[in-house]
Design a protein around this ligand. Structure first.
Ligand SMILES: [Zn+2]
Length: 126
């Protein structure tokens, strides 16, 4: 399943440095310790903008999904997973049978790369 080319910018450089090492980085509040998904600009718990990067476990459970038919056959599954650390994240769901999906299905995060572009997180069945 191709993930397509993804390029970093100033906001995503640290995140993609992590994916290139096989790490999924989330944000951790320096004040209250709450976890947030990688793109947040402030803490979901206390509103602080003082956020660190922290490696997540890569373990998640399926919250919701949609199956997008391809123009030339096949389909792509887009899923929302709840990370073990709490935040939700959406990504392509690879190697999954759409008929077997159910809420709460155990997931793991792996990484796909299109040529020389950035490594992109995808969900797979755990
Ligand atoms: Zn906080």
């Amino acid at each position: 399943m191709p993930v397509g080319p993804v390029a970093r910018d100033g906001r995503t450089a640290v995140f993609f440095d992590g994916t290139s090492r096989g790490e999924f980085l989330i944000r951790r509040c320096q004040h209250c310790g709450a976890a947030g998904e990688p793109a947040i600009g402030q803490c979901p718990g206390c509103g602080s903008a003082d956020l660190d990067w922290s490696p997540a476990s890569g373990v998640a459970t399926l919250v919701s999904w949609t199956v997008v038919p391809g123009r030339e056959g096949g389909a792509t599954i887009l899923a929302i997973g709840q990370l073990a650390e709490g935040p939700w994240w959406w990504a392509q769901f690879a190697d999954a049978d759409p008929a077997a999906l159910r809420t709460g299905l155990p997931l793991r995060i792996t990484f796909e790369r299109d040529g020389e572009h950035e490594a992109v997180p995808v969900f797979r069945p755990a």
